[in-house]
Design a protein around this ligand. Sequence first.
Ligand SMILES: Cc1ncc(COP(=O)(O)O)c(C=O)c1O
Length: 473
Amino acid sequence: MNESTFPPGVQKYIKKGQTMTAAQTAHRARMRQMKFDTIAVHGMYGMEAALANQGSIVEPGYFSSAQHFENSDHMEASLAYLMPSWTYSRIANPTVHYLEETLALMEGYGFEGKVSACATASGMAAVFMATNPFLTTAEGDGRANIVVSAKCYGGTFMLFQERYQAERGIEVRWVRHALDLDEWDSLIDENTRFVFGEMPSNPTLAVMDIAAIAELAHAQEIPFIVDSTVATPALMRPLNHGADIVVHSVSKSMATSGFAIAGALAARHDIPSQVGPPEMRANFALYVKLLPARDFGPGMSPFTALMVLNDLRALRHRMDYISRNTMQVADYLAQHPLVESVRYPGLENDEGYAIARKYMWLVDSEDEYGTAVNRYGHLMAFTVKGGAAAARQMFDQLQMIWRATDLGRIKSVATIPAISTHQQQGETGRDLAQVPLNLVRLNVGGEHPADVIADLEQAFTAVRHTSVFALQK
Ligand SMILES: Cc1ncc(COP(=O)(O)O)c(C=O)c1O
């Protein structure tokens, strides 16, 4: 929009907006020089913002649905998106803005280029908002396809399979073996709208070579989207390795207390895409926020943003010690006679170990440990000998570890994906994603690992005497 076409009164506000934007840009540049923990603690909420907020040293919660304007000129400039403002809470909100800036700084940590973020009401809203803009029917001839790792969260599987493929005719090309670059390569072509993978994946902890897949996608000018929920930016930042867009279920380790359902996407500027307007490629996250998200309405509540900001401040430390706890639990399970197999990328015999070791590092760990250290997060899975019945018996005996379809929690939680998170995709879908009936997914929390192990041990002991195992002898 050409600013000179606006009346002089509106132009005055546009100029004021330019000054406000310049101050924000300078503050962002200062924060980009800070260490990860400092970013997690302060984000973009500094002294200037505090003084404009009664001196509050914590980000204030703005629960008002709408913004009052000084006059009609201020209103017009704001609604034309020509000055920083938030207008209406479905479109933007100051509290949510502080979270978005923090997430962009975290995902962009160590990345040279510019990064922006858009917060959403859930992780699924983030997956939807990160992918739907590439599926416009106005362009292309109806032969659009998407290339997606089959090892992904059940909700993501259903979005792609049911909503996109079955309802809209977009071909989903499932990658069965995320580590197989030839498979990715053979599925990407000139009609591919985006390439998508989860790392590590829920629930089987599959990994993929992000840099190599980004190269394959970029050779065709196609964006590569990574769901990095399980790793969090404390352990992996895909934009540093060539990914274009990162999506998160912020509901998980980022909001570990369990008080929020939340999501976010973070994107580098100037992404590749065969479709969409230039402004979408220039700043994908901002484009999504101001246009498609305005129209679809998946915005995050400011209350949720406050909860998440609060949990984010100690993210790095939490991911460090809970990853170490999880390693101990994985080692225990790997030795257990009633466990068939363990999926945890930190185990040396895990098929993803080499790739996980390449990408999953505790951010700034050299400052603390004298050398960079790998950390692999707090999600793992294992299969129980004796099949589905044995897995259910063991699961039913847990006394402290919660039985719930949740992960990322500070409290240990377990589920059987085949009857919960991955139930609705059916047997064929589960075969594709390699989710067997006897797979137990375990999110190790912040309890002392000895107590987590003790709970697992008593659960195994209780089923050791049941008929399922008696039959095995
Ligand atoms: C890897 C991953 N992505 C996305 C989602 C969806 O997130 P939400 O439940 O916040 O919508 C989940 C939920 O479990 C997930 O595990």
